[in-house]
Design a binder for this molecule. Sequence first.
Ligand code: GAP
Length: 477
Amino acid sequence: MANENKLQNIIAHCKEYGFVFQSSEIYDGLSAVYDYGQNGAELKKNIREYWWKSMTQMHENIVGIDAAIFMHPTVWKASGHVDNFSDPMIDNKDSQKRYRVDHLIEGYVETLNDDAKGKALIAEMDALLANNDLAGLKKLIEDNKICCGISNTCNWTDVRQFNLMFSTQLGSVAEEASEIYLRPETAQGIFVNFLNVQKTGRMKIPFGIAQTGKAFRNEIVARGFIFRMREFEQMEMQFFVRPGTQAEWYNYWKETRMKWHLALGIAPEKYRFHDHVKLAHYADMACDIEYDFPMGFKEVEGVHSRTDFDLKQHQQYSGKKLTYFDTEINQHYVPYVIETSIGLDRAVMMVLSEAYEEQDLSTEEKTDSRVVLKLPAMLAPIKLAVLPLTKKDGLPEIARDLINECKPYFRCFYEEKDTIGKRYRRMDALGTPYCITIDHQTKEDGTVTIRDRDTMQQERIALVDVRAMIMEKTKMF
Ligand code: GAP
C-alpha cells in the first residue's frame, strides 16, 4: 500500500471506528484540532497510563505532578518563549497564504529531481536560519523562484518571526485584565515546582518530576492528521542531576526511552535517533527519537540536556533561590536537567500506524479480507469481547455473567447481533485482542472458545480461567 494511501486509510478508519474525529465537524471543522472518540479516548488513556507507570511507578526516584495550564506571564519571559518561541513566516500577497519558511523551502526541494542541488539548498537555508537572517531567507526563496502552491506566483512579503504562543486575558474587567498565555509546553510547570516537590517529597538528586497535560501552539502549517496539532498533549519528565553528570544521564535517558518504545513491540528499524546540530537556546545536547510514520521518519519524542538554564532563569526573574544542597559533596548548586518529552497524540498516531493492517485472506474457494489493528494488548481500548453464539438457550446469560466478573478488572464488550464472523471482524478493526464465544458446549462442559486477533487461532479453555488469563495477557508490567 502506498504510504499516502495508508495515511488516508488510517484517517478514514479512525473516523469510522470512533477513534478520532475532526473537531467541531458539524461546523466544517477547526483546522489542526481533533477530538478523540470512544475508542480513541481509551487508547490514548492507556498510552498515557503506560507512560505514567513506566516513569513513576517503575522509577522510585521519579514522582508525578499536575500543574495548571495557566501560569504567571513572567514564566514565559524567563523561559525564553516570549522572545524566542517563533518561526520565520512568509505570506504570498496574491493568495494571502502564510507559509513557514523552512516548510516552503523543504517542499520545493522535494519537487527537485536533483539531490545535490536539494542538499545545497537545505544547507544554505539552515545557515540562514541559524543566523536569523530573515532578508537572506527571502532572497533564497526569490532566487530559486519558489512559488506559492495556490497562486503560483512569487509575490512574497518580507520574512517575519511569528510567535507560536496563544494568549488570552485573565480577569473580568477589561482595563485590569492582564495578558496570559496558554502553555506551549508542560515543562515549565515542573521547573516552577522544583523546590516544592523536592522539599515536600524529601527528594535526593538525582530525581525526576513527570507530568502529562495539554499544550497549545499556534502552528502555522499544521498537517499530518494528529501529528501536528494546535492543541495537543505532552508527557514530559525533567530529571534533576548534579552539574557535570549531565552527559551520563543524557545517554541513560536516550537508551531508556528507546527501550520504552521497543517494549511496544515495534521493530528497532522503525526508529532512529536524530542528533540536533542546531541546539535550542537552553540545550547543550539534544536528540529526537524518530519513528517511520506513513509520511516518513518524523520526531515522536525529544531527549534534551537543558543544563541549568530554566532553573537559573526562574531564579533570576522570581528573585527566589532555586538551589539544592547536596549532602554527599557538601555543596549548594542549581541542578542540571535532562528532559524527556513525548507528544501523546504523536504516540497515538505511531501506535495506530504500526497496528493498522489490511489483510487479504482469500482462498481458492472465496475472496476475503480484513482490516486489523494489531495494537499491543495492554493498550487496546477493549480487552475482551464476549459473544454468545445465539441470542437464546441461556447463552446470553452466561456471557453477561462473564462480563460482570471481568469488568472491574478490564474493559469488556458484549455483542450478540450478526454472524460470529462479522462480529470477529468488527473486533479486529477495533484492535480487540481476544474474543470469547459462548456456545452450547459451554453449558455442557464449562468451556468456551477464545480467539486470538492476530493469529485468528481458536482454542477451548475453561470458562473459570478466562478472567485470570486475560489479565495476564493484557497487563502492563
Ligand atoms: N519541553 C520540550 C518540548 O516541548 P518539543 O520538541 O517542542 O520540546 C516535544 O516538543 C514533543 O511534543 C515533540 O516530540 C512532539 O511529540 C510533541 N509536539 C510538539 N509540537 C506538537 C504539535 N504541534 N502537535 C502534536 N505534538 C507536538
